[in-house]
Design a protein around this ligand. Structure first.
Ligand code: G16
Length: 547
């Protein structure tokens, strides 16, 4: 039976960030907080003319603390709305790209993904929830704005008072009038990967000459990696690190970067390093690629995958176009130009790629924040990126360092770095942005250390498919030699504010091709401090993470 519950909490902070709602677990556990957000999604769907009755949904999460409780709440609220069928991953688990694949395969109304992505988990960590639409991708801004408006207006919500469903076994169950299909979280996804990549070739390459190491960071991709690398590619379990998922990621920070994937990085820089290393994040949509003693920055990764896409069976006819988020380096632009395909620049957030992918304008997309993906789903996809690299290396029979250097030799090198100032005072961050904003109009034409500012603005984007306008997407200062300096606030942090500074410069100087990125950007780093005064405003001597 459905009962009506009065929603009593203040909900004015339920504005979804870059990727849905992310909060400390303690906030999510506030009475009615999660329910209010879920109901806001349902109400905004109904307001948009969708019928919930008789429709189906997908539910899955990254297995972090509170995943199980939130899944049961979602099921009971979906039943109370008259949803006829829900596909839910066994034990409430689905990686984000797998959830996208399931939404697409079963053509559901959409799905709820329970994850705070790369943010730490556990009782004192973060939890998150987002709604993905029928194309399998994150809800676009007009929908997240509507969810927020709905969240502010809710007074009551209906919920079933039925008992919890046992999600530990696959099968079909009944909750009120709703069918709950508990599905294998891994098989659909592994089958999809096998349809895109040449598994036989990768198997032969890795078994014969190429040692790989994949770090699941105690997060959701562990079982997916076991199925793909061990069961389907026949590799030894020695190639897997931290593949047992844990509710708090074994106390770690499941963010695949040089700081948080420390064990993997140390292994790849050791004397007896494997040939290839990769990691994925909490919910399996991010990736980091490493070679023996080398790191591939995510912007270069997108460019290299684009340049070599036809090595992969799923893209053997070439790409229709590519897209990157604004702060991502222009490395892929140069490749797209050479391939004579369009390259789109969108704001940060995978949701901005959705329309381009649906309209068949782009095949590959990527972001500097360790996100790479293609039109096979509507989310970025960590294991897809790892397999794409392995497929290309298996065709070319070369090492990561060799392909990287050959790429830079052919296309020039985009030195790139991101400096993160995490957990800073929110007011200090707002003051800093106001300080930079105030200078923007006067910067164009000024010369700094031999570089002339060619533009300075706050990035705005008009979606080429539906014409929607997104403003205030990051402060940019561009120079006449192609160098760029970008500042924006993270939309995924939960502690104070996180400021990101992105720096990029282009070089075709053969002597610089193998230089360290921080060294290659040292003049721009110095100029950024002079122009932006980040250290003064944040009261920090140095960034907390340098990528
Ligand atoms: C999310 C989005 C990404 C976006 C990233 C930006 O990543 O899905 O598309 O690039 O946020 O993060 P920030 O706003 O902190 O720079 P994820 O992996 O957290 O879902």
């Amino acid at each position: 039976m459905s009962i009506q519950v009065k929603s009593t909490t203040a909900f004015d902070d339920q504005k979804p960030g870059t990727s849905g709602l992310r909060k400390k677990v303690a906030v999510i556990k506030t009475p009615n907080y999660l329910e209010n957000f879920i109901q806001a999604v349902f109400n905004s769907l109904k307001a948009a003319g969708e019928s919930l009755e008789g429709n189906s949904l997908v539910i899955g999460g990254d297995g972090r603390y509170y995943n199980k409780t939130a899944t049961q709440t979602l099921l009971k609220m979906a039943a109370a709305q008259g949803i006829s069928k829900v596909f839910v991953g066994q034990n409430g688990i689905l990686s984000t790209p797998a959830a996208s694949a399931v939404i697409r395969q079963h053509q559901t109304l959409g799905g709820f993904i329970l994850s705070a992505s790369h943010n730490p988990g556990g009782i004192d960590g973060d939890f998150g929830i987002k709604f993905n639409i029928a194309n399998g991708g994150p809800a676009p801004e007009k929908i997240t704005d509507a969810i927020y408006q709905a969240a502010c207006a809710i007074e009551t919500y209906p919920i079933s008072d039925a008992a919890d469903i046992d999600l530990s076994k696959q099968g079909s169950y009944q909750l009120e009038n709703m069918q709950v299909e508990v599905i294998d979280p891994v098989q659909i996804y592994a089958d999809l990967m096998e349809s895109v990549f040449d598994f036989a070739l990768i198997r032969e390459f890795c078994q014969q000459h190429f040692n790989i190491l994949f770090d699941a960071m105690h997060a959701v991709t562990g079982p997916y990696a076991e199925e793909i690398f061990v069961n389907r590619l026949g590799l030894s379990t020695d190639c897997l690190l931290n593949c047992t998922p844990s509710e708090d990621f074994a106390g770690g920070h499941p963010d695949p970067n040089l700081t948080y994937a420390k064990t993997l990085v140390e292994r790849l820089y050791a004397e007896d390093a494997p040939d290839f290393g990769a990691a994925s994040d909490g919910d399996g949509d991010r990736n980091m690629i490493l070679g023996k003693g080398c790191f591939v920055n995510p912007s270069d990764s997108l460019a290299i995958l684009t340049a070599n896409a036809t090595c992969i069976p799923g893209y053997k006819n070439g790409l229709v176009g590519v897209a990157r988020s604004m702060p991502t380096s222009s490395a892929v632009d140069v490749v797209a130009k050479a391939l004579n395909i369009p390259c789109y620049e969108t704001p940060t957030g995978w949701k901005f790629f959705g329309n381009l992918l649906d309209a068949g304008k782009v095949s590959f997309c990527g972001e500097e924040s360790f996100g790479t993906g293609s039109d096979h789903v509507r989310e970025k996809d960590g294991l897809w990126a790892v397999l794409a690299w392995l497929n290309i290396l298996a065709v070319k029979k070369i090492s990561v360092a060799e392909i990287l250097h050959a790429h830079w030799q052919q296309f020039g090198r985009h030195f790139y770095t991101r400096h993160d100032y995490e957990g800073i005072n929110s007011q200090g961050a707002a003051d800093l942005l106001a300080h930079i904003n105030a200078q923007l109009d006067s910067l164009a034409g000024q010369v700094f250390a031999g570089r002339t500012v060619s533009f300075a603005d706050n990035f705005s984007y008009t979606d080429p498919i539906d014409g929607s306008l997104s403003q205030g997407q990051g402060l940019r200062i561009g120079f006449d030699d192609g160098a760029r300096m970008i500042v924006r606030l993270s939309g995924t942090g939960t502690d104070g504010a996180t400021l990101r500074l992105y720096l990029e410069s282009y070089s075709q100087d053969p002597k610089m091709l193998t230089a360290d990125a921080q060294q290659g950007l040292s003049d721009l780093i110095a100029l950024s401090e002079q122009l932006l005064q980040i250290k003064a405003f944040t009261e920090r001597d140095a960034p907390s993470v340098i990528t």
